[in-house]
Design a binder for this molecule. Sequence first.
Ligand SMILES: [Zn+2]
Length: 251
Amino acid sequence: MKIISLEKDIFIYQFEPAKGSYIGINIFMIQHGNECIIIDTGYRRHFVQVLKDLNDKGLKVSKFILTHFHPDHIGGLLKVKDADIIGSIFAQDTLKRYVENYQKYLPTKVVVDKDTIIFGRHTIEMEINKGHSKDGLLITLNNKYMFVGDDVISDYHGNPSIPFCSEKDTLAHISSINMIISKSSEKIILPTHGKMLDNRDDIVKDLIKRLTYLHFINENRNATYDDFYQETKISFLGRDWHVLNQIRKVI
Ligand SMILES: [Zn+2]
């Protein structure tokens, strides 16, 4: 685990990918006095290490905010008692699909549309953003950092991973990428898996690749990943996920 300080009171706990994988885990910590807010927890094994560091520093977790409720984002929630769990109104739908005894992980405060938290000098804005997952939240800190959950995934060199529509809803993912494009100018993008993006050209290039892919599969449901590559010459990591995106969502 590496601890990266973005500012004196904003940190990333960064975990290397497991052997054979390119997907690492970032856990974000925002500090005010002796309290902190955690954005995404990783799996339990990751958060145990974060919690040890917080304990060593005398910091108490007052709130968790979740970009969405997939198991690799919520694994640490039950390690802290009495902290608020803040997440999308749609959290329950996702939890039911992935987690046994899901009731323990439900948000104690739900975001229905938009919400704002003031935490010392920090302003945290949260907005429903259905994309990678139905219960996605787009989270902005101090009008400077944007936490995009799994709507943008890369390795730690910034090589993009293929967009993954966990509910096969490509149109929702197109909307979420468009929302990130429209709101991210002058901001630094922080994915839960992968490299921070702080250059506008890199951000736009990455997001356009994602949009190109999502539009392609939306219009060519039976096309293979190679068909996509032949037509666009855009290359992604994680191309095995392509087949998981292909079946149209049943409404
Ligand atoms: Zn994830």
